[in-house]
Design a protein around this ligand. Structure first.
Ligand code: BTN
Length: 243
């Protein structure tokens, strides 16, 4: 494992992807930056993080032709690795909000952005971006965000937490390689935010509807039973689960 530490970059995901062009990098090369000037979130959003306060980093995981149809397993592995790390430091009321936000109660403490390089229907490499709110305490304009410091009342060493996440990630990838798909899937579904609870969603047209999350399909779509008992599958662009 090689860890590259930067004071600032546009986005650690973009930085690692650029490094991948024209050179061979070791599996588990990590890029961590104290500051991102153009941090990226899911579905084209921004990821903002106060300089020097939090962990913003990306990991290269070589996937050697892992079937693209199984790509949701990567989301499961990464979110469980962060979940297990936060559990180990006693963050209360943890859950994973589909597909891969880590929440304490209904506040988001970590966001994950996974970008895959494909060759046909196989994943060659995955750039796994993790934004973990550690010591930031002011989240003006981000009403759903929180940090470890706000939750536990003390500051944490960023390197120590980074090592914990990386160790947990390596462990989970070993179980994945050993074929632990079902166990990982079950572990993920067991901690899914609002599973089997009446929940409010918003569709692409902005309309609200009620339903119960029952799990995640093999292709990573959210499975929701609507009020009339009809089971529907949604992808990220089609539905927003309200906090
Ligand atoms: C989300 O919840 O929308 C995903 C946020 C992912 C943020 C991390 S920070 C490190 C890495 N580099 C980026 O530009 N984004 C990810």
């Amino acid at each position: 494992m090689q860890i590259i530490k930067l004071n600032a970059t546009d986005s650690t995901n973009a930085h690692l992807k650029k490094m991948l062009v024209g050179q061979t990098l070791d599996d588990f090369t990590v890029v961590v930056a104290s500051e991102q000037t153009n941090g990226r979130g899911q579905i084209g959003t921004n990821w903002t993080s106060e300089a020097g306060k939090n962990l913003t980093f990306s990991i290269l995981k070589k996937m050697n032709g892992f079937a693209v149809d199984h790509q949701f397993l990567l989301n499961i592995c990464v979110s469980l690795a962060v979940f297990n790390t936060l559990k180990a430091i006693h963050i209360p009321d943890l859950s994973i909000k589909w597909p891969n936000d880590i929440l304490s109660g209904s506040s988001k403490v970590c966001g994950i952005l996974i970008e895959n390089t494909l060759a046909g229907n196989q994943i060659q490499a995955s750039v796994i971006g993790i934004g973990l709110n550690v010591n930031q305490t002011n989240f003006t304009n981000l009403p759903n965000a929180t940090s470890i410091k706000l939750l536990l009342g003390r500051s944490f060493d960023l390197d120590e937490l980074l090592n914990m996440v990386l160790t947990n990630l390596e462990k989970i990838f070993i179980s994945l390689e050993k074929g632990g798909n079902n166990t990982l899937w079950t572990a993920y579904e067991n901690v899914l935010f609002r599973k089997n609870k009446p929940s409010t969603f918003q569709n692409g047209a902005g309309d609200y509807f009620m339903g119960f999350i029952t799990g995640v399909s093999e292709m990573g779509k959210l499975l929701v039973t609507l009020e009339d008992d009809v089971l529907k599958e949604f992808n990220l662009k089609e539905v927003k689960l309200l906090y």
